[in-house]
Write a protein that binds this ligand. Structure first.
Ligand code: DQA
Length: 139
């Protein structure tokens, strides 16, 4: 399957950002291990701090015939109606992931305005959340 991982704002420096919450491994090294674990899938990666760029990338994924998107919209998960509308507008399945367990954190993280338009949500398994998301596409 051709899968696209989209990471939103502040997710470019995982490994250095609040390691007590997000762990010590940087995303690029994790991505390499993920690709090795799933050689049968074509896994692509995009990261942006900008809402509009994420919206554009979601539409582009449909045009480029991806089979699915793994989306960690970061803090936009809790606020972005534009990303929610983009997810609703495409026919590809989108699996939302969070590295941390957002329900064990501040109240504002308990609201997710995008999740209802996603196929499912995986939250709280560290970077392994992405591996679980890839597996969710296989079944
Ligand atoms: C996050 C959780 C969000 O609340 C936060 O704003 C992030 C990362 C996660 O992966 O745990 O940037 O999406």
């Amino acid at each position: 399957m051709k899968l696209l991982i989209i990471n939103g704002p502040n997710l470019g420096n995982i490994g250095r950002r609040e390691p007590e919450i997000y762990g010590h491994e940087d995303f690029e090294s994790y991505l390499e291990s993920l690709k090795k674990e799933f050689p049968e899938h074509e896994i692509h990666y995009f990261q942006s701090h900008h809402e509009g760029e994420i919206v554009a990338e979601i539409h582009k994924a449909e045009e480029e015939n991806y089979d699915g998107i793994i989306l960690n919209a970061g803090a936009y998960s809790h606020s972005s109606y534009a990303i929610r509308d983009a997810v609703a507008a495409i026919s590809l399945p989108v699996v939302m992931v969070h590295i941390s367990n957002v329900y064990a954190r501040e109240n504002f993280r308990h609201e997710n305005v995008i999740a209802a338009k996603c196929k499912g949500v995986i939250t709280g398994f560290g970077l392994k959340s992405y591996e679980l998301a890839v597996k969710s596409f296989a079944g």
